[in-house]
Design a protein around this ligand. Structure first.
Ligand code: FMN
Length: 337
């Protein structure tokens, strides 16, 4: 009997595939179906720092003016009113989901600056979240701010949340750090339980006819997995935080690669949007079949088998392989006339 179970953030998970944060989890019916199809945990869609500040600004405004008008100066947020549910709706949805399934449910907060909103983490904990995923999406656009300061802010933010709640915390990271291992080590020290690799960078589309730049969300492609595998394989064994992969996990092979790179668990969203929630069951049964064929008894047995510290030749993870990689492409080209 194959053991598909795994551990993540101190939680016992029944399998190696979770559902990452997306609007799919805004329906209880969907979350139940995810559980039935074998998802081992679900991350709820994020509540945003801006949303939380908006709520408290709106409240301050109402209290000071006795009106229900909304501050004009905040209108640049994109339809924040109805983009996601408000705080109370978020918490009551969390409680209802928590009561409807037995797999772990993770709340997600998306923030970039330390601030009063960090207290919201406590409310999420009180509402029954099994863990908290902190999405630290921030984009460096100010040339006066060096990377070291942004990293300092990140650690400060995470430390504040750590000091606020007892439940496990995972941090969903951007791949864009000069030294990811150093940032990971600092986060480890700050007491995070997991690192989620990686946030996708949503690039806006350039419309040359309308002369405008417009937001666009494309679903991921499996090729995006390689970046995650690379860094997971490098971090595995060097941090005590568990590693999770999000981005480009579409198939059973992707799940297996992620675990072998060193992930405790892999996460899926785009493939579910493309193929339906039932895709989870199909992927897991393929994972099981592959493990049987290759005589693996458990997910734990496979974990890290292709990590940098396990492979006999770690040079593909390093600069040493650079020239070899470039010349391997040249050799595949048709012979020149
Ligand atoms: C429609 C949509 C909404 C998403 N909303 C969130 C969100 O609220 N918070 C978050 O951390 N990630 C969000 N994500 C990112 C996913 O959780 C995931 O990290 C990303 O899509 C990469 O995984 P995938 O390749 O399996 O799609 C969203 C993704 C999609 C497609």
């Amino acid at each position: 009997m194959i053991d598909l179970s795994t551990d993540y953030l101190g939680l016992k998970l029944k399998g190696p595939l979770m559902v990452s944060s997306s609007p799919l989890s805004e329906s209880i019916h969907n979350v139940r179906l995810m559980e039935d199809c074998g998802a081992s945990a679900v991350v709820l869609s994020s509540i945003f720092e801006e949303q939380l500040s908006l709520e408290s600004s709106a409240l301050d405004h109402d209290l000071s003016r006795g009106t229900d008008s909304f501050p004009e100066s905040l209108s640049y947020f994109p339809d924040m009113d109805d983009y996601r549910a408000g705080i109370d709706t978020y918490l009551s949805h969390l409680m209802r989901v928590r009561g409807s399934v037995s797999i772990p449910i993770l709340a997600s907060i998306n923030g970039a600056t330390a601030g009063g909103w960090v207290r919201f983490a406590q409310e999420v904990e009180a509402a029954g979240a099994d863990a908290l995923e902190l999405n630290t999406y921030s984009l460096a656009t100010d040339p006066r701010i060096p990377g070291s300061e942004l990293e300092k802010n990140l650690i400060e933010l995470v430390s504040q949340v750590r000091a606020t709640v007892k439940i496990p915390i995972a941090v969903k990271l951007s791949p864009q750090f000069t030294s990811l291992p150093n940032v990971a080590a600092q986060l480890d020290k700050a007491g995070v339980n997991g690192l989620v690799l990686f946030n996708r960078f949503y690039q806006p589309e350039f419309d040359i006819e309308e002369l405008s730049v417009v937001p666009r969300l494309n679903l991921s492609r499996p090729e995006e997995l390689l970046l995650r595998l690379h860094w997971t394989a490098i971090l595995y064994g060097n941090v005590s935080a568990d590693l999770a992969i999000t981005g480009g996990v579409h198939s059973a092979e992707d799940v297996l690669k992620g675990i072998m790179a060193g992930a405790s668990v892999t996460m899926m969203t785009s493939a579910i949007h493309l193929h339906g929630i039932e895709h989870i069951a199909a992927v897991l049964s393929e994972v099981q079949r592959w493990m049987e064929d290759h005589e693996y008894a458990s997910i734990r047995q496979m974990r890290g088998a292709l990590s940098r510290r396990s492979v006999p030749d770690p040079s593909p993870f390093e600069r040493g392989n650079y020239i070899k990689t470039l010349s391997s492409y040249t050799m595949r080209r048709p012979a020149l006339q």
